[in-house]
Design a binder for this molecule. Structure first.
Ligand code: C2E
Ligand code: CA
Ligand code: CA
Ligand code: CA
Length: 273
């Protein structure tokens, strides 16, 4: 009896230790990867639904390790958020975009969107980082902070939101309608932009319930005078539907896949012609 119980608890302990160790090792690999320059910044064009012009880009992180190849953001971002490694990654994105800035359009209508985890809002960290790495040297193009909703947003400090607005940085709520998103953020965060998650775009013409949610989010944003970006646009049918509903900006494989930031100027000149 007793040895079996002891054996079982030892086994459980070992399993827990293994799980912790593998998580730890991935987070160690993230820190190592930042220094070893294993991360890259990709970007995906944001298309004006009326003119068809490219009105901006969203920056997306990519991680390639010599040991395991490509590791998807959906794997390393949540981990980085939990292990306090998300701020260094965001700083890397900011410094990379600052480095590429001479190659990017400088018109005031051009937007650069970066993903920022809610935890980075703590103690004005994001404001300090933006001041240091972005502002005020580079007031154009227009910067958009996309607040991801994996974390519970109520922690977000109102003063940080106010500060962003004073700095002229726009605030977007990412993946609106999924996860921790709630209607109350519309009031507490007064966002400039709502991003319709790709599950709702994918629902157009296929899934009645989600398509109804899409329509409701669109009319809600329009009544509150908030700009709309639809992500995950993969077909002409989706693009047409969203354009006719008045969604301002479209993003997805139908227009362009994410590409290295350095490739964007060439893509832009071929898109224009
Ligand atoms: P997200 O912010 O919702 O980004 C959009 C995701 O949809 C990207 O996935 C993009 O590659 C993908 N996507 C774009 N168009 C299409 C399409 O037409 N169809 C489909 N099926 N997918 C499309 P990705 O790059 O794998 O990033 C996943 C998530 O990881 C992002 O979702 C974002 O939440 C997070 N992430 C990526 N880069 C960063 C970053 O620098 N910082 C933070 N905090 N999070 C990031
Ligand atoms: Ca985003
Ligand atoms: Ca999104
Ligand atoms: Ca999404």
């Amino acid at each position: 009896q007793l040895p079996l119980a002891l054996l079982l608890s030892l086994l459980m302990g070992y399993i827990v230790w293994l799980a912790t160790a593998s998580r730890m090792s991935l987070s160690w690999q993230i820190s190592y990867g930042i220094n070893a320059r294993e991360f890259m910044v990709y970007c995906q064009p944001l298309i004006n639904s009326r003119s068809g012009d490219c009105d901006g880009i969203e920056l997306l992180l990519r991680w390639h390790t010599p040991r395991q190849g490509w590791i998807p953001p959906d794997v390393f971002i949540p981990l980085a958020e939990r292990q306090d490694l998300i701020a260094p990654l965001t700083r890397f994105v900011l410094s990379e975009v600052a480095r590429h800035l001479p190659l990017l359009p400088t018109c005031p209508t051009f937007h650069i969107a970066i993903n920022v985890a809610a935890s980075h809002f703590h103690q004005h960290q994001i404001i300090d980082d933006l001041r240091r790495l972005w502002w005020p040297e580079n007031p154009v193009p227009q910067l958009i902070v996309e607040l991801t909703e994996r974390d519970a947003l109520p922690e977000v400090d109102q003063r940080v939101v106010a500060c962003l607005h004073t700095l002229g940085v726009k605030l977007a709520i990412d993946d609106f309608g999924t996860g921790h998103s709630s209607l109350s953020y519309l009031k507490t965060l007064s966002p400039d932009v709502l991003k319709i998650d790709k599950v709702f775009t994918a629902a157009i013409g296929t899934d009645a319930i989600n398509a109804t949610v899409t329509d409701m989010v669109i009319s809600l944003a329009q009544r509150l005078n908030i700009s709309l970006v639809a992500e995950g646009v993969e077909t002409e049918e989706q693009a047409t539907y969203l354009r006719e509903k008045g969604v301002d900006v479209l993003q997805g494989y139908f227009y362009a896949r994410p590409m290295p930031l350095g490739d964007f100027p060439d893509w832009l000149s071929s898109h224009k012609t």
